[in-house]
Design a protein around this ligand. Structure first.
Ligand SMILES: [Zn+2]
Length: 441
């Protein structure tokens, strides 16, 4: 037993047993992940994968609750985000519970999202994005890294405990959710459904770092009007597409002003331009020889922890209003802003929690280096558990490259490391007891 082993709260023999169990199941875990990646679980199309996961978890003896966003009072919650163009009744959530034989102990939520973002043109990928192709120790695919790999880790971590004849001494809830990439309403729905824990771990695609702070995000649709005329007298009309470009430039300037102030931020002060603005979708116009009468741009902008969502929204609206005033047509026909998704607060994992200390010791034990902390300029779901429900929440997961990019890929070597880290975290946080023959349903 080396010194580092003594620091974690799991006996060295059990560490060795769990390591062996994780390694023995590695091929099965990779196959499980590949199966997940082959489901094109784009927004609104997550149900088949959720059904598959519900069956997988039921087979493992969990009490599985499959419900949709229409089954919980989302609209009444102040932190629910608007969903535009998606049916809440089709957005399936899975919560799989395993209750401890006796009450007490520290319960745990393990949560992962299974929605993925669009692929872009398939011919720009080296391998088809839902093929789960494996090359040189990497699995390629949309969602392979963000974050189906993490979902496989949390499920196989609990499998490893069972393989060595143990189970958590406290209640465990495994959740697979949707909407992480657009609103966060899936995570919120699990809380509205009544699920709670003494801690929550989300094995997001963090490259085996702990997320110290995350920016929030807003989604909005900018609608710009124009005045259609024959292009031969274009000067007499107003071109909505060109006007939208002016509004985008105004929003870039607004973002630059916010980033100038961000240098004073206690968490993000050292990060260059932590507030990211992105015009992500554009559509408009009807005819190449007519000045376009309309243009819509779907945008995303970040906000730092401590900034109120309402203030960030007001800032966007004001930037648009001021820019429109400079244009003779838009001054009388101002663009509109519709809030169509994320209304996410930024969040900070304050150092010093017991849960983080345990995970940090485990990381250091397994990887022989202190657990690195990262500052994220994008959201993750921990904010719902920590900010609104007071549940100590950690975001730590496997390693990979290219989330949201072509050739997104996960480093398969990081799966056993992360899976074992989660198994050890469960063992130390919840405690372990001998496996019951018949698991409670
Ligand atoms: Zn993710």
């Amino acid at each position: 037993m080396d010194v580092a082993e003594g620091k974690i709260g799991v006996a060295p023999e059990l560490v060795a047993q769990l390591r062996a169990a994780v390694e023995a199941a590695h091929d099965e875990q990779v196959a499980f992940l590949a199966e997940m990646v082959r489901f094109p679980s784009l927004r609104g199309q997550e149900a088949p994968l959720q059904d598959w996961l519900a069956r997988q978890l039921a087979t493992r003896g969990y009490a599985v609750d499959r419900f949709t966003l229409a089954d919980v009072p989302l609209a009444a919650h102040p932190k629910a985000s608007p969903m535009v163009g998606v049916d809440p009744a089709g957005s399936v959530q899975v919560a799989a519970t395993r209750r401890a034989a006796t009450a007490g102990g520290r319960s745990l939520i393990l949560q992962g999202h299974i929605d993925v973002v669009p692929t872009g043109p398939h011919d720009m990928w080296t391998y088809p994005p839902f093929s789960a192709t494996i090359r040189d120790g990497w699995m390629y695919g949309r969602g392979a890294y963000d974050m189906k790999a993490g979902v496989s880790c949390m499920i196989f971590a609990l499998d490893a405990l069972r393989a060595v004849g143990l189970e958590p001494a406290a209640d465990i809830c495994v959740q697979t959710v949707t909407e992480e990439e657009s609103t966060g309403n899936g995570a919120l729905a699990t809380l509205l459904r009544g699920y709670r824990g003494d801690a929550c771990l989300i094995p997001e695609s963090t490259g085996q770092t702990i997320t110290r702070a995350q920016s929030g995000a807003l989604w909005f649709r900018l609608r710009v009007l124009g005045s259609p005329v024959h292009v031969m007298v274009a000067q007499a009309g107003s071109n909505a597409i060109l006007s939208a470009c002016d509004m985008i430039r105004a929003l870039q300037e607004h973002t630059a002003a916010l980033n100038a102030k961000a240098s004073q931020d206690p968490w993000f002060g050292g990060v260059q331009d932590p507030i990211k603005f992105n015009p992500g979708v554009i559509r408009g116009g009807d005819w190449a020889s007519s000045t376009p009468a309309w243009c819509e741009v779907d945008c995303r902008i970040g906000l730092l922890p401590g900034t109120e969502v309402a203030d960030a929204k007001a800032g966007v609206e004001q930037a648009i209003r001021e820019a429109a005033r400079k244009d003779p047509f838009l001054a009388n026909n101002p663009p509109s802003v519709e809030w169509i998704g994320f209304e996410a607060d930024g969040a900070v994992l304050e150092p010093g929690s017991e849960a983080e200390a345990i995970l940090g010791r485990i990381h250091e034990h397994l990887l022989s280096e202190p657990m690195p902390a990262r500052l994220s300029t994008a959201v993750n779901d921990t904010r719902f558990y920590s900010l609104y429900y007071g549940i100590s929440s950690l975001c730590y997961g496997p390693d990979g490259e290219g989330p949201h990019a072509f050739d997104e890929r996960v480093r398969l070597d990081s799966l056993p490391e992360t899976t074992l880290a989660i198994a050890l975290f469960v063992a130390e946080w919840c405690g372990v007891v001998p496996l019951r023959e018949k698991q409670a349903a």
